[in-house]
Design a protein around this ligand. Structure first.
Ligand code: NAD
Length: 285
């Protein structure tokens, strides 16, 4: 089985329910323009990130692919994720959209393909997933996953498609701790991956986070990333600033105490920075 190899990386890996492994810390490129993304991903790879999270709708897959090629890092030492956009849900349209993403990325296989949003009202995610299963049989995708799926979406998918996704990538940060969904994921051996893990920066001004950062002589971003790691989440912070890209990777030389983890978890207020998956249907008109 060809799978990601974490040669000499300080980043722990998580074994997915299909036997492949994912680095617990990766790098997200949402809102990074195509013109900038090659330099930004090159910097992340230079610092040591070996997992890159993009999406068709981010419009930067070509630039991500260029950075991967130019880095010279062997293909099996980088874990690449992209996502199928809402407008392309459905069996045949998924197969076409996947080809387009792979052409842009310039890759011959993908580590992880995610259904970006469930769009429950469209009723197409099971057909979409069946296309994912075919692409996996053909060896073009290593691991199948979903994003923004709620418990009810996961239950429907698993009962209809008969294959449990490996990853559920969801909005997750100190004021949206997603305990119920994380418990469901854990009970089904689905890895929970946190998007907007820093609350798009908002979590970094929180008084509890700032106090803990002072106690540990670390930055608020490092404390929040550490909180995710200690909860067992896969985490994909984003920055375009070299010093912050490095800061967000420098999280393996310290630990939060159980009380510090608990204090951050108590900040949960159910507040989202992104859309509600129950109703989000952008791209479908
Ligand atoms: P994030 O929580 O990672 O926050 C990023 C922002 O925080 C930066 O733009 C910057 O303003 C600030 N920041 C980052 N590091 C900092 C530091 N060290 N010090 C101070 N400020 C810092 O938000 P995000 O980009 O929305 O989420 C991360 C990734 O998650 C995305 O890039 C994307 O890959 C993924 N994502 C997925 C979905 C989805 O629907 N699946 C949605 C949103 C994001």
């Amino acid at each position: 089985m060809t799978t990601f190899r974490s040669q000499g990386s300080p980043v722990p890996t998580i074994v997915l329910n299909d036997g492949h492994v994912i680095p617990q810390l990766g790098f997200g490129v949402f809102q990074v323009p195509e013109a900038e993304v090659t330099a930004v991903v090159a910097e992340a790879l230079r610092v040591g990130y070996r997992s890159i999270d993009t999406a068709a709708v981010y419009g930067n897959e070509e630039g991500v692919g260029r950075a991967l090629r130019e880095s010279g890092i062997p293909r099996d030492e980088v874990f690449v994720t992209t996502k199928l956009w809402n407008a392309d849900q459905g069996y045949d349209s998924t197969l076409r959209a996947f080809d387009e993403s792979m052409r842009k990325l310039g890759l011959d296989y993908l580590d992880l393909y995610l259904i970006h949003w469930p769009v429950p009202s469209a009723g197409r995610f099971v057909d979409t997933y069946r296309a994912f299963q075919r692409l996996k049989e053909q060896g073009r995708i290593r691991s199948l996953g979903v994003s923004n799926f709620r418990v009810e979406d996961l239950e429907l998918l698993i009962s209809q498609a008969g294959e449990i996704p490996t990853v559920n990538q969801i909005e997750l940060h100190p004021t949206l701790t997603q305990q119920r969904l994380r418990d469901y994921d854990a009970a089904h051996a689905i890895a929970t991956e946190a998007w907007s893990p820093l609350g798009q920066g908002a979590a970094l001004d929180n008084a509890t986070v700032v106090t803990i950062a002072k106690e540990l002589d670390r930055t608020p971003a490092q404390v929040v990333i550490r909180w995710h790691l200690q909860l067992g989440n896969v985490v994909i912070p984003k920055s375009v600033t070299p010093s912050r890209i490095a800061e967000n990777f420098d999280v393996f030389g310290f630990e939060l105490s159980a009380d510090q983890v608990e204090a951050i978890s108590r900040l949960d207020a159910g507040t989202r920075v992104g859309p509600d998956p129950a109703v989000f249907s952008a791209g479908l008109g």
